[in-house]
Design a protein around this ligand. Structure first.
Ligand code: 5RP
Length: 234
């Protein structure tokens, strides 16, 4: 197992300590979440009684294959816990998510949970976010026009012209589980006032959701070679 995989396992094992029988869980997406879901599957086979709401089709498939019961968010909300990964986190526990393309369902599920627990490795904890390009999910209809409006909104906030890339996969335009497209916006590691940025992006017609999670995560599990640190939002 690579060192990165080992850290994901460590973070996932720590997250599992928050889970008790009877809980309704949001199940995140991405490789760290998959490490968690694999561990959860082992516990479920050992008798742990939980039901999950998956944040992506891929997560649903994995959870089903492991025998984890799944349900509809409309029936199960509010969830007890949502457990997910992130692409970047800062010391206020704000996040950039969506590198795996599941940011929309991930945010809906996180918002429906009493507590969002986020698992990362130490390199993802930064003073100022933005080194990881911010994913913005946009409805496919007229997406080029929407991208121009995003660029204008970003410029109006004083960021200047930031590179925006329409996400592709296997030479085709990437489509999310909700059939939208994603623009990855490379702000660079000096993203100031993420709250204003989040508000401005949410106001752009055509933007379905953006990967800034402001004030949503309650607990951050940080895995480093030196050990695990748990940070709680104060
Ligand atoms: C998917 C996400 C993931 O949580 C994020 O990309 C982290 O993934 P990984 O655990 O593979 O590093 O936001 O939309």
């Amino acid at each position: 197992m690579s060192s990165a995989d080992h850290l994901k396992q460590q973070a996932a094992a720590r997250a599992l300590e928050f889970v008790t029988s009877g809980m309704r869980l949001g199940l995140g997406s991405g490789s760290t979440s998959e490490a968690f879901i694999n561990l959860l599957g082992t516990r479920v086979r050992g008798g742990l009684d939980v039901v999950g709401v998956p944040t992506s089709e891929r997560t649903a498939q994995l959870a089903r294959s492991l025998g984890i019961a799944l349900g509809d968010l409309n029936d199960l909300a509010p969830l007890d816990l949502d457990i997910d990964g992130a692409d970047e986190a800062d010391y206020q526990l704000d996040l950039i998510k969506g590198g795996g393309g599941a940011l929309l369902r991930e945010k809906i599920v996180a918002a429906s949970a009493g507590r969002m627990i986020v698992m990362i490795h130490g390199d993802k904890l930064v003073k100022t976010m933005g080194a990881f390009p911010l994913p913005i999910e946009v409805i496919a209809f007229g997406h080029i026009e929407t991208a121009k409006r995003i660029a204008a909104a970003v410029e109006a906030l004083g960021y200047g012209k930031v590179p925006m890339t329409l996400r592709h996969k296997n030479d085709a335009i990437y489509k999310t589980d909700s059939n939208n497209v994603i623009y990855d916006v490379a702000f660079g590691p000096t993203m100031a006032d993420t709250k204003s940025l989040a508000t401005a992006l949410s106001c752009v017609p055509g933007v379905v959701e953006h990967g800034l999670y402001i004030g949503i995560a309650k607990t951050l599990i940080i895995a480093r070679d030196s050990g695990i640190e748990v940070m709680d939002r104060s």
